[in-house]
Design a protein around this ligand. Sequence first.
Ligand code: ADP
Ligand code: MG
Length: 260
Amino acid sequence: MPPRQRSSGATILAVANQKGGVAKTTSVASLGAAFAELGKRVLLVDLDAQACLTFSLGVDPDTVEESIHHVLLGQAELRDVLVACDDGVDLVPSSIDLAGTEAVLLGRPAREYVLQSALADVRKDYDVILLDCSPSLGVLTLNALTAAQGLIIPMPCEMLSHRGVGQLLDTVADVKKFLNKKLKVIGILPTLFDGRSTHAQEVLADVGERYGLPVLSPPIPRTVRFAEAPAVGRSILATSRSSKGAKAYRDVATSLVPTL
Ligand code: ADP
Ligand code: MG
């Protein structure tokens, strides 16, 4: 992606894959913390009713009074629901209310544009905005793809993880045609990578070519440290500063800086 002009504000990146458990949320929290370490002003948006991003950044979704749900339905301003987190990032939290948002939006005109419109108000205050999508290709994910300039697709390095990527790319093609001409797939982010497994290495080598997409580097290693981080409300960059996983996310974030 060519460098963008500063005056328009933050670069908005969606992190999406309709498969669950591929490290979307972990990648948003970790890349967000890494961008903050690099001095970027970072906003993270939790678009999943499971609210795992919200929880893993130390905010209890059950006590959140106004969340992204209220913003998307026009019941709150995005600026008013922001929470500053210990990782040096701001968060638009989710809550279980979000489970009902799609059903309400479905009956509204321009339903795919509500997130883009809500973010317009704060875009100049940030350098990068990361959107943590839910495991579906529903209206909330369409909102993320409509608001974003770039898409990152986390994908574990296992054979069956490929399934569904074609469908995601079909959706991206439709979004580009009908909703957001500027959307670019930045690349596949290989996650849960076991470097000792030749199978993982073969999948990694094959995946970019198969889909004609860039593969971000380095792959994120599978490490038990990631399971521990959300329990203390910080990303792995804070809980395990010098781990391989933290370093990999820092290196990926650094490689993305020229695209911001
Ligand atoms: P998604 O948002 O795509 O559903 P998550 O980020 O919630 O995926 O990750 C799913 C699970 O995998 C979580 O329990 C998370 O802690 C774990 N996980 C994510 N990345 C790694 C990794 N590199 N190594 C080990 N476990 C990981
Ligand atoms: Mg998630």
